[in-house]
Design a protein around this ligand. Structure first.
Ligand code: IMP
Ligand code: MG
Length: 181
């Protein structure tokens, strides 16, 4: 274990389990989207690792793009105000889009992105999230593919950060409270 693990109180989901979850989701998506024009849209930066793992578990033709959104200030909860920092650079008209996100918390980000992309005449826009914190929801959002539900704890790793750090932890970990309280 590397030094990043000194800052965490718990390993919540191991990299082996994350890999299994990606395999299950990739299998479901490959079967659900057979014959369709599938495009994954990864939400940066948190969704980067999940996007890259999920892509390689999909066994049908697939395109991908990225979009960068921010609803966070510097703390550990959503501001509710979603901003597009960098837009998708691909045409999604007629495509079957799946938004790929690390975690759904309040739901503000995904609600906004689903509406935002929905305006560009895609055939469909669904959502795939590795993690779901249902107890924190403020906006109702239908998440079509969920990796795992988790309790209300602030997690880092597998793409997710605290003040831009810890994204490179391979497991999903709980950050020690002393860092943000
Ligand atoms: P929202 O509150 O559903 O809009 O979530 C917005 C984004 O906040 C998520 O996509 C994550 O990138 C980030 N986020 C929410 N909870 C956590 C967490 O526990 N750790 C790290 N990032 C989080
Ligand atoms: Mg995110």
């Amino acid at each position: 274990m590397n030094e990043l693990y000194n800052d965490v109180s718990e390993i919540m989901i191991t990299k082996e389990r994350l890999d299994e979850i990606c395999a299950e989701l990739g299998k479901r998506i490959s079967s659900d989207y057979k014959g369709k024009q599938l495009m994954l849209v990864g939400v940066m930066k948190g969704g980067l690792i999940f996007l890259s793992d999920l892509l390689r578990k999909i066994t049908i033709p697939v395109e991908f793009g990225t979009i960068t959104a921010s609803s966070y200030g510097k703390g550990t909860s959503s501001s509710g105000q979603v901003t597009i920092l960098q837009d998708l650079d691909m045409d999604i008209a007629g495509k079957d889009v799946i938004i790929v996100e690390d975690l759904i918390d309040s739901g503000h980000t995904l609600r906004y992105l689903q509406e935002f992309l929905g305006l560009r005449n895609p055939n469909s826009v669904k959502i795939c999230c590795m993690l779901d914190k249902p107890s924190r929801r403020e906006k109702q959002v239908k998440v079509d593919y969920i990796g795992q539900e988790i309790p209300d704890k602030f997690v880092v790793g597998y793409g997710m950060d605290f003040e831009e750090k810890y994204r490179n932890l391979a497991d999903v970990c709980v950050l020690k409270k002393e860092f943000y309280e």
